[in-house]
Ligand binder design. Structure first.
Ligand code: PRX
Length: 652
């Protein structure tokens, strides 16, 4: 390893530790053999691995998918099962007293554990409360919840009765929440009085009340008491969970669901202004979430596993709840943030609960790396066996720090590339099978047929760089955009006919390793949160003083990307610092704190072609401070705009 440390980080190779390969679920030879079979005989391979779940009635058909024309994706289509049954009931004979969830509060004094038996009772009671409210199979239920165990109960209770949950991250504003409730015609919502983050309360119920003013279809709101903070109450609509749960049974038969019945909707950003309700179904998704969780984390029974994401994102769905619980694992749920009450919180939690597998995002690592090694070294992290990374490209410096300081050069790092639409991990190391290269997500998981194409759509063979596509379906794939299948086809299957287009750029090296280079569309990744620049633009132009706005990402040391907004005010208005402040606040209210602009750059005009198209390429370069390399500006209607933009950038 010493030799390597002389090399440039991208050229380093960290071989699978020998003892690790021996004990791991999958070594190199096994990976090669399984991968080959998974793509040459998908029916045989998935027919076998689908059996990792308990089915009420077994499937006969395994794969029935087409990326052509109308795009139709079905897996295990004649099988029936229930996701909640698979995450709870089937473990009870052997694991009733094993811990399913460890909850660690924002306040370090608060923590407790829930066994599988207790989880069963809580979820059944929650399911019976939902039924009593009138929630039926197929109904959409919007969850606007913090990181508390009741959120897990609510998700699994929906799954138990066949309702479709749609979780909206607690960092989204009332406006954003209303849009998502209305889009999926959700008649039901679940929230809690307040969330808590870094000692401060988050007014979830109050935000939901505000959202509800714009949601005429909302019939019932179930409210979990968490902090005990005061809330407004709408009689006839709002129901306290603890009241409703008083007289319900602790048993609830799981609904028999078809493999292709919807399990959940999750809204995500694309290159247009309106977020898409990505729909996942039951059978294929659960096979994918559980199999990737087991193989990628090399999960062993009894281990404590911690994914530090929020359940409001897909990572929380697949790797806090569905994957680990389907595998009978112990999954830690953390309510707080990495830096509260101190910058050593992550490491404190790992030591406290003897965490074996830890999964987080590069943005958190970069922020913690800045605090130096000492906060990590305060704690005994010897329980750690595997480290994971997700959400954005991990820069080699952060990778090396994670490996050396957190993992003490013992723990393989699994850098997992995937998306809301993929349901689970797609390109990722298996820790016993892949030598690691810092910054590379390595190779595809079983059944994932990756390819690179040029912008003209030509396939790139061997080493090279292009746009990342997937050429055939995998069980965890999203089936549609809720209520708008045409948009699904348009977004993912029209750029390259017959191929799933990921929206990511990617390089493949001589060893067949994949290096994700980031989005090639108008999507940016801010602190691991995916955002459409068009969403921020529509928020800005909704302000009465704004005439026009163009938003781009720019490199940010901690967040990965920051939000840079070019704003043109209505004629006759002078930009001021106060107005910039007001616009930042405005975007927070329209979308949520995660979309807060880093820079507001007032400009009298935007660079446009003669046909009126904004040249974003130029705006990106200027935001990146790359003035020397602006490319061809001759097609601009008024090239002098560029000089004034550069002047404006220099003063920032
Ligand atoms: O650009 C890729 C980036 O995050 C995008 C997907 O975002 P989202 O749907 O919010 O899902 C995030 C959690 C899976 C991708 O298109 N991305 C995600 N993981 C990685 C990544 N980029 C590089 N390396 C990763 N490991």
């Amino acid at each position: 390893m010493n030799d390597q440390q002389q090399a440039a980080p991208e050229q380093m190779v960290f071989p699978v530790p020998e003892d690790f390969a021996k004990a791991a679920k999958c070594d190199k030879a096994r990976y090669e053999e399984m991968y080959r079979r998974s793509v040459s005989d998908p029916d045989g391979f998935w027919g076998e691995h689908g059996k990792r779940l308990d089915w009420f009635s077994p499937y006969k058909t395994v794969k029935n998918t087409s990326f052509e024309n109308d795009v139709s994706i079905k897996w295990f289509e004649d099988g029936t099962l229930n996701a909640s049954y698979n995450c709870i009931d089937r473990h009870l004979p052997e694991k009733a007293n094993d811990v399913a969830l460890i909850w660690e509060g924002d306040n370090p004094a608060y923590h407790y554990s829930i066994t599988y038996q207790q989880l069963y009772i809580h979820v059944c009671r929650f399911a019976n409360v939902l039924k009593k409210m009138g929630v039926k199979k197929g109904d959409r239920v919007t969850l606007y919840m913090p990181m508390i165990v009741e959120t897990a109960y609510a998700m699994l209770a929906c799954a138990r009765i066949g309702a479709v949950h749609s979780i909206v991250f607690g960092g989204f504003s009332a406006e954003a929440l209303a849009g998502r409730i209305n889009d999926c015609k959700s008649e039901w919502a679940i929230t809690c009085d307040e969330g808590v983050r870094a000692g401060k309360s988050v007014p979830l119920k109050a935000n939901l009340d505000k959202a509800a003013e714009h949601c005429p279809g909302l019939k019932g709101v179930l409210v979990v008491r968490h902090t005990g903070g005061a809330v407004d109450w709408v009689e006839g609509r709002d129901i306290w969970y603890h009241d409703a749960a008083l007289d319900v049974s602790s048993a609830c038969e799981p609904e028999v669901m078809n493999a292709e019945d919807p399990l959940f909707i999750l809204y995500t950003s694309g290159s247009t202004g309106q977020p898409k309700g990505v729909l996942h179904t039951t059978g294929g998704y659960l096979v994918w979430a559980s199999m990737t969780h087991e193989y990628v984390f090399d999960y062993r029974p009894g281990e404590v596993y911690w994914c530090a994401a929020d359940v409001g994102w897909v990572t929380g769905h697949s790797y806090i709840i569905y994957g680990p619980l389907a595998n009978g694992a112990t999954s830690l749920m953390f309510e707080g943030v990495p830096t509260y009450p101190d910058v050593d919180r992550f490491w404190r939690v790992i030591a406290k609960h003897k965490v074996n597998i830890f999964y987080t995002a590069p943005t958190a690592l970069r922020a913690l790396m800045r605090e130096g090694d000492e906060p990590v070294e305060r704690h005994d992290l010897s329980s750690l066996r595997i480290l994971g990374s997700v959400g954005e490209p991990i820069n080699p410096e952060a990778w090396l720090w994670y490996h050396r300081v957190v993992g003490k050069e013992r723990c393989p790092i699994v850098d997992t590339w995937w998306q809301t639409e993929t349901g689970g991990m797609m390109i990722t190391p298996l820790p016993g099978a892949m030598d690691l290269k810092p910054g590379s997500a390595t190779k595809p998981f079983f059944g994932v047929q990756t390819a690179l194409v040029s912008s003209e759509g030509d396939l790139i063979e061997g080493a090279g760089e292009g746009n990342l596509v997937i050429t055939d379906s995998w069980p965890g794939q999203a089936r549609t955009v809720y209520g708008d299948h045409d948009r699904f086809i348009q977004t993912y299957f029209s750029t390259y006919k017959g191929l799933y287009f990921t929206g990511d750029g990617c390089r493949r090296d001589e060893d067949g390793y994949y290096w994700i280079t980031g989005r090639v569309d108008d999507v940016i990744n801010v602190s691991g949160h995916r955002m459409g620049t068009a969403e921020v633009e529509s928020a800005l132009v909704a302000h009465q003083l704004v005439a026009e706005a163009a938003v781009v990402g720019f490199p940010h040391d901690v967040k990965g990307q920051g939000i840079y907004c070019y704003v043109t005010l209505n004629a006759g208005l002078e930009p001021t610092d106060n107005l910039a402040k007001e616009l930042r606040q405005w975007v927070r209210t329209e979308i949520g704190p995660i979309a807060t602009p880093d820079h507001i750059h007032f400009t009298p005009a935007l660079p446009k072609t003669r046909s009126g198209k904004i040249m974003r390429r130029i705006l990106r370069k200027i935001a990146e401070n790359e003035f020397g390399n602006l490319g061809d500006t001759s097609t601009l209607a008024d090239p002098s705009v560029v000089d004034s933009l550069i002047e404006g950038r220099k003063v920032r």
